[in-house]
Write a protein that binds this ligand. Sequence first.
Ligand code: SF4
Length: 225
Amino acid sequence: MSHRWGMAVDLDRCTGCEACVTACRAENNVPTVGPEQAARGRAINWIRVERYYEGEFPDVRVKFRPVLCQQCDAAPCEPVCPTYASHHTEEGLNAQVYNRCIGTRYCANACPYNVRFFDFANPVWDKPLHLQLNPDVSVREVGVMEKCTFCVQRINEGKTRAKAEGREVRDGEIKPACAQACPTTAIVFGDLNDPESEVSRLSHSPRGSKLLEDLGTKPKITYLR
Ligand code: SF4
């Protein structure tokens, strides 16, 4: 059975702790650009936690929404790329091929979710922080666009392990770093083609909605109100 990877994020469970953000940075070698570049809008965060405030002080309620690449089925970033660096895989992932990217940034301009990041400089990890780099993930260089991959290296590892053991991938077996780190299990990842998977069940919840769904991008992330 072919896979179609998707995610559900329960906003009622999210406490805004940002463990997902930290885990994503560590897993995917996401560089820290420093305060000067950040002030110029060049910070790189494959996943960010947006904050929304309701009410007047002191009766304020804070709500959180983790935002990452929505892995859209009708991704606006894909048709604008002149080199097919941004393309759709058979498993529904919106992939980014770094060594095809020539840095036009058309994709980032087309994406309504602001989840694509351009590398304005070569990343630097001061020693001994370079020892923490994940060898399963490439370190991106200046001039390319990068973004969330749903931790494709973990997906491939899970599929390879299942194949070696002569079985199908089990639901919940593959977890992106953000889902693994979340202390409240707000993030659920899995196969939308498996009607029994938890992510399929949550994606059909009456609490579910898509981010900016009126744009017709058909995101594969469902947010539960
Ligand atoms: S780790 Fe979980 S609870 Fe914390 S910010 Fe991320 S999604 Fe929300």
